[in-house]
Ligand binder design. Sequence first.
Ligand code: ADP
Ligand code: AMP
Length: 214
Amino acid sequence: MRAILLGPPGAGKGTQAETIVNEFSIPHISTGDIFRKNIKEGTALGKKAMEYMDQGKLVPDELTVELVKNRLLEDDCKKGFLLDGFPRTLNQADALEDALKSMGQSLDYVINIRVRKELLVERAVGRRICKDCGQTYHMSFNKPSKEGVCDNCGGELLQRKDDTKETVENRINVYQEQTEPLIDYYTKKGIIVNIDGEKPIAQVSKDIIAELRK
Ligand code: ADP
Ligand code: AMP
């Protein structure tokens, strides 16, 4: 299965990606995770990406598109993939389509997770990530058993630098301006699956899997 997760910041893309990739045994490709790994490792790409990410702006397409194209050529993507957080602009969507075409492939689904703007800030500001294994939690909606400690690996839970109220609000505006047009783009292609992302996490997972199994 070749699929994309679409939705505003805090909609639950990363959370649902975990269930979907386990169910379909495909790699999870999150451009945000790739940029954060590069920042942690202090690479040249990480340094450039950080300037944009810290302000809640999009990293330029020139940096993002090549990264994804190269990732899709890796062996594990032969069985399919789940893209999370890419594409985010019409230009990226066109580039993805061209890249897949040149590999004789196409997208099966675009999973559009819908959550009202009023709920997104609370979701993102309350998000906590394990600094060691990357597991995502929420301080109210998806708590770890012990505050500040990862259930999986015992690692420390941290807040993302771009999960402050102000930066999240910027990111939501950027989403509305630059990414929301993709809903129309993929609806016209007839591959969009709309999911109510305001239900509890487990119910959203069930709804997504049911749609993809149809
Ligand atoms: P995204 O990858 O779309 O930015 P995440 O999957 O990281 O979003 O989710 C954002 C935050 O909201 C996380 O803290 C997560 O635990 C929480 N969350 C995700 N889905 C739900 C849900 N259906 N209901 C309540 N909280 C959720
Ligand atoms: P995310 O982890 O998906 O919330 O992304 C965090 C940040 O990484 C975004 O706010 C952007 O600055 C950057 N980013 C991630 N994916 C992309 C993309 N496809 N295009 C441009 N910037 C991106």
